[in-house]
Ligand binder design. Structure first.
Ligand code: HEM
Length: 623
């Protein structure tokens, strides 16, 4: 609107409203009628002044009136802004200052209470916010929490998680000091709920000489003789579970299936229990409840996680008690020795009397330690086999050259490890891959899928040790996706690490995953490459602590050999007898807490392989 075009006498009568864009970004409806209300409005002063100048002579009173109103409106406007600013100054600003000050004081609190007898500084890092520290960052960011902090602060950094000051440590040399300092510099630390649920008589809850004594008794369960006897049964359980996967009409959730497999191995092989399928399912569910509540708040209230965990433990203990009592009543030795037999005989040799409570707690502890770790590694093994067809080829070639893949018909005519072989169904029918493309199997195919057409003879420890590529494969799976990401300790006395002080009383965590990912000894650590462990190259041989999927020192995993046997046997049976394809469009994301596993499971179609077709295919590619 141009003021020059306005006639003063018409001015009050003219169209009274205009949309005006303010000096600021706001737009208002500006009413120029004399009867209008100016309150609460901003308007362009220059523009209005021009209007007023034109009207001034005949309407002095109006001009005065408008000026007062305008001044009042300006004052009102500033007053409102002032109120807003002052409200901010009075409420939000002090709150922000308070938070910043409390954060500073919180940081200060930790640097003041460091060990003053040591001249070394505390590691770099942030203690986060008062009381909660960086717990919420950790919960929301997952594994990237540690990666981002390690990149920012280095291999030894401090933080504050779950109500405790914590130092996280990466790197072979650093973790070596922690693992070899058990009982002197550091002491194992499990959450209170885990300690309560597992019980005081377990290996993980014992320290010093008591720990040493318990390990000695348990060591017999994992002796070579014991493992050799376990191997045959392990292979039977694995064969039978793979049979179920292949017979499945749809896809199999590998992580759930692997948990079922490892639970069965723990119950049937390690503890030697002969249970009905119903009982196994019931115990497995109870055990899952125990596992789900192992890391809960340490309050024993109705419906609390701790109470549920304790309840699950009681059910498992009473089941164990019955079995142990029966075992102790039987005086005659059986052909097969299980973990209870080995523990009892080992205790006798060491003049130690194992109580019923100790036996029950140790049994549950062994299932706890073996079950989810081995299930996680088994899932990762299958995931890597799906991702790397070249690895499958190499491994299968090794199995063939070692005589471990044979035609089931040639091997046994009627029965094979419980799977009935029907001769009339033999021959080269539909291949596994053709079946897979349709996803679901027909009734005939399902029935057919229950029979393996290739067969692996019973393995021995010696045979397994000859499979060097399978050994590399399993090692690389455990390097690439270590099931346990690290171990927690409490610092017993202040010590030096990487130029920093590690103060007494703080928690410290050695990181397995980060160490595997960053160790300089590994060429292209981000690539899955079993060859890095072959005898000529063995990248970790010069730095023992750069490869620690089973921890190290006196707390090194006692079930290590058993776990390796399970994984290798699973690899051999799968490679020799089954084909597998991903049932989903994309591969799942992996979650690392509390144990490495695929976020929504790993869904896979399994089918028994046909040896003849596979051989023909390979021969034709060679031609
Ligand atoms: C792939 C499978 C497995 C992995 C990756 C694994 C990993 C580990 C790790 C890293 C530790 C040391 C934790 C620490 O330093 O705080 C450990 C300890 C332990 N593991 Fe395993 N484990 C596996 C399988 C097994 C099996 C099959 C058993 C027994 C049947 C077992 C029994 C134990 C026990 C009893 C401890 C505590 C040792 C002690 O405190 O002295 N683990 N395991």
């Amino acid at each position: 609107m141009h003021s020059s075009k306005l006639k003063p006498e018409n001015a009050p009568k003219r169209v009274n409203t205009e949309k005006i864009s303010l000096f600021s970004s706001r737009t208002i409806v500006y009413n120029v009628s004399p009867s209008l209300s100016y309150s609460n409005r901003r308007f362009p002063r220059s523009l209005e002044a021009l209007h007023l100048h034109h009207w001034s002579n005949p309407h002095r009173g109006l001009f005065f009136y408008l000026t007062v109103v305008r001044l009042w409106s300006t004052f009102e406007m500033f007053w409102q802004d002032f109120c807003l600013v002052s409200a901010f100054v009075v409420t939000v600003f002090p709150a922000l200052v308070l938070l910043a000050v409390s954060r500073l004081l919180w940081e200060l609190r930790w640097s003041i209470t460091r060990d003053r007898s040591s001249k070394l500084p505390l590691p770099r890092g942030s203690m986060g916010w008062p009381l909660v520290g960086e717990t919420f960052h950790w919960l929301f960011q997952g594994s990237s929490f540690h990666i981002s902090r390690r990149e920012k602060h280095g291999n030894v950094f401090k933080t504050h998680l779950l109500g405790k000051p914590l130092i996280r440590v990466t790197g072979a040399e650093n973790i070596r000091k922690i693992l070899l300092g058990e009982h002197t510099l550091v002491c194992t630390q499990w959450p209170q709920s885990t300690r309560i649920i597992l019980g005081p008589n377990t290996l993980v809850n014992s320290v010093g000489d008591l720990h040493k004594g318990k390990r000695k008794i348990l060591a017999k369960v994992f002796s070579r003789g014991a493992l050799e006897a376990f191997l045959t049964r392990i292979q039977d359980v694995i064969k039978s579970e793979i049979g179920k996967w292949c017979a499945e009409t749809g896809s199999v959730d590998v992580y759930a299936a692997a948990k079922s497999l490892t639970f069965r191995i723990a119950i049937q092989v390690l503890l030697g229990l002969h249970l009905e399928e119903q009982q196994i399912v019931y115990l497995s569910k109870t055990f899952e409840q125990l596992m789900n509540n192992l890391f809960s708040l340490p309050f024993d209230a109705p419906m609390s996680g701790l109470r549920k965990g304790i309840k699950a433990r009681e059910i498992l203990h009473s089941a164990m008690e019955k079995i142990i009592e029966e075992k102790l009543k039987k005086h005659q030795a059986s052909d097969y020795c299980d973990a209870f037999d080995y523990m009892l005989s080992s205790a006798k040799e060491n003049n130690y009397e194992l109580s019923m409570q100790e036996l029950k707690e140790t049994a549950v502890e062994l299932i706890f330690a073996a079950h989810s770790t081995t299930a996680s590694a088994s899932t990762s093994l299958i995931l890597q086999l799906l991702l790397h067809p070249d690895v499958n080829e190499r491994a299968r070639a090794e199995l063939e050259s070692e005589g471990l893949i044979s035609d089931a018909h040639g091997y046994c005519r009627s029965r094979c490890h419980g799977n009935v072989i029907n001769e009339s169904s033999g021959g080269a029918e539909t291949s596994g891959s053709e079946r897979r493309s349709t996803g679901n199997k027909t009734a005939v195919e399902k029935d057919d899928g229950c029979r393996s057409r290739t067969h692996v003879p019973y393995l021995s420890l010696e045979k397994l040790s000859q499979l060097s590529y399978v050994d590399c494969l399993v090692k690389e799976v455990l390097r690439f996706l270590p099931p346990v990401s690290g171990g927690y300790r409490t610092v017993l006395q202040t010590f030096e690490l990487n130029g920093y002080q590690i103060p007494k009383g703080w928690s410290i965590m050695y990181s397995i995953r980060d160490t595997h990912e960053t160790a300089a000894v590994y060429q292209n650590p981000d690539i899955f490459d079993p060859e890095r462990f072959n005898k000529d190259r063995d990248e970790s041989k010069n730095e023992r602590f750069s490869y620690v999927p089973f921890g190290g020192g006196v707390r090194r995993c006692i079930g290590r050999e058993l776990a390796l046997i399970v994984l290798k046997t699973l690899a051999v049976e799968l490679l020799a007898t089954a084909d597998y394809t991903l049932a989903t469009e994309t591969y799942p994301k992996m979650q690392t807490v509390p144990i490495v596993h695929p976020v929504n499971g790993l869904h896979v179609y399994f089918n028994y392989r046909t040896l003849g077709i596979e051989r023909n295919r390979r021969e034709s590619t060679h031609l």
